[in-house]
Design a protein around this ligand. Structure first.
Ligand SMILES: O=C(O)CCC(=O)C(=O)O
Ligand SMILES: [Fe+2]
Length: 418
């Protein structure tokens, strides 16, 4: 147990809780004993039982409550939100709370332990953090005595008293709920007291969606463990080591049966092909060993014994072979997929570089074409100039010739006198 005084718990918190919570009355044999409320984390649907008569449905933590609860428990550094996401489960914020309202000293809660299956407090560390608001009351703790007539009572002389006043945090942990009882005795006060008892749900109730999630991750873990054990068993078997093998197989057969059990029903043969093969392997191991023992007990002949062992070995080898085969095929398929994607990647790269080259070449061709066109144009212009020059030259020549002709004196007329 750990106790401390928390300053951040305010009187206003007490008033808010008293007025905002939809309190449920808990009745004892003759009168109301206290009022309660059960709040849970997001997604959880676990109901809570107050004795045998009262079962309340889950209500998700209202935001206003979470704000104040985080303030109260701030000193404990419980900052993890979701146990499926955080690694350090010890740092998780509680995922449920039981609220108690004791309106006067007449209200009480009798000797009990918080050992409901939800918290698995009988089997493992169960952390409970209680916060008191309002009037102070005597909280008693005592060692659990063997039940007499079904009534829970503490061992004589083992009871310790604690005064839980406003802002007091009190924890119970370890196997406290297995070995100890606690109670809030009737008192003389007329003032009301509220107690918030934060807890952690380990095994979500049937019908709660979080149970499925938890089972799935547990199943996966157990499956891996069973797988490893079967592999080890088979390798030992193959090496001819048989000592202690039966114990392992029998132990893990149960483990595996648990793995394939769902909602208390055994679903034999359910699951993937691999799971079925594992199950078959274990069955064969068991079957083989049972046969082996039966044969031994009946003092059967060495031949029979030998045959049964041989049969078993063959069966095991066969299953092992199938497992290996599957594994190999899987690996091959993975390899092929990897190869194909590498080729596809290369092709894509090649296609991209070809496209780039094409674009480059197109650019070059266009430029060359433009240059050619320019050259052609220049040549045509030159040719035109040349033609013009020629025609001018020709004209000039004609002019010169005609001028020459005009200037040349005409020859004297021929002498026609005899
Ligand atoms: O009121 C308290 O301090 C104790 C409450 C309690 O034991 C419970 O809610 O289980
Ligand atoms: Fe309790």
């Amino acid at each position: 147990m750990y106790m401390c005084q928390e300053k951040s718990v305010t009187q206003q918190d007490f008033l808010d809780l008293k007025s905002k919570v939809d309190w449920l009355e808990i009745h004892g044999a003759s009168a109301m004993t206290r009022k309660t409320m059960w709040l849970v984390g997001e997604g959880c649907r676990c109901p809570y039982n107050y004795g045998k008569q009262h079962q309340v449905n889950a209500m998700t933590f209202p935001d206003w409550f979470l704000v104040m609860a985080k303030r109260w428990l701030g000193c404990l550094n419980l900052n993890g939100e979701d146990d499926r996401l955080i690694q350090d489960k010890d740092a998780m914020f509680p995922d449920c709370v039981n609220l108690n309202l004791y309106e006067t000293g007449e209200h009480q809660v009798a000797w009990h332990s918080d050992d409901e299956p939800l918290f698995r407090g009988k089997f493992q560390d169960a952390r409970i953090i209680s916060v008191t608001l309002g009037a102070s009351r005597k909280f008693q703790v005592g060692l659990k005595a063997p039940r007499r007539g079904g009534i829970l009572k503490p061992e004589r002389g083992s009871v310790a008293n604690f005064n839980l006043g406003h802002g007091q945090i009190c924890t119970m942990e370890g196997l406290f709920q297995k070995h100890y009882l606690h109670q809030i005795q009737k008192g003389t006060t007329r003032q009301p007291r509220i107690n918030a008892t934060f807890r952690y749900i380990v095994e979500h109730a049937e019908g709660c969606p979080l149970r499925r999630l938890a089972l799935e991750s547990k199943r996966e873990l157990k499956h891996q463990r069973a797988h490893a054990v079967v592999e080890l068993t088979l390798s030992q078997w193959e090496k001819g080591q048989r000592k202690g093998l039966m114990a392992t197989v029998v132990k893990d057969w149960h483990k595996y049966a648990e793995v394939s059990a769902s909602n208390g029903r055994k679903v034999r043969g359910a699951g993937t092909l691999e799971e079925k093969l594992l199950l078959a392997t274990l069955r064969l191991c068991l079957h083989g060993w049972r046969g082996h023992l039966g044969v031994l007990r009946a003092r059967a002949s060495a031949k029979e014994l030998h045959e049964s062992m041989e049969m078993q070995r063959l069966n095991l080898v066969f299953v092992l072979w199938r497992l290996c085969n599957m594994e190999e095929k899987k690996e091959q398929a993975f390899g092929q997929v990897a190869e194909i994607s590498a080729i596809a990647y290369e092709l894509q790269q090649a296609q991209t570089s070809l496209l780039e080259e094409k674009i480059l070449l197109e650019g070059k061709v266009e430029k060359a074409f433009e240059a050619l066109q320019k050259e052609l144009q220049t040549k045509e212009e030159l040719a035109a100039e040349l033609r013009e020059a020629y025609s001018k030259q020709a004209m000039c020549r004609v002019c010169i010739l005609s001028t020459l002709c005009l200037r040349t004196p005409s020859p004297p007329p021929p002498n026609i006198i005899p």
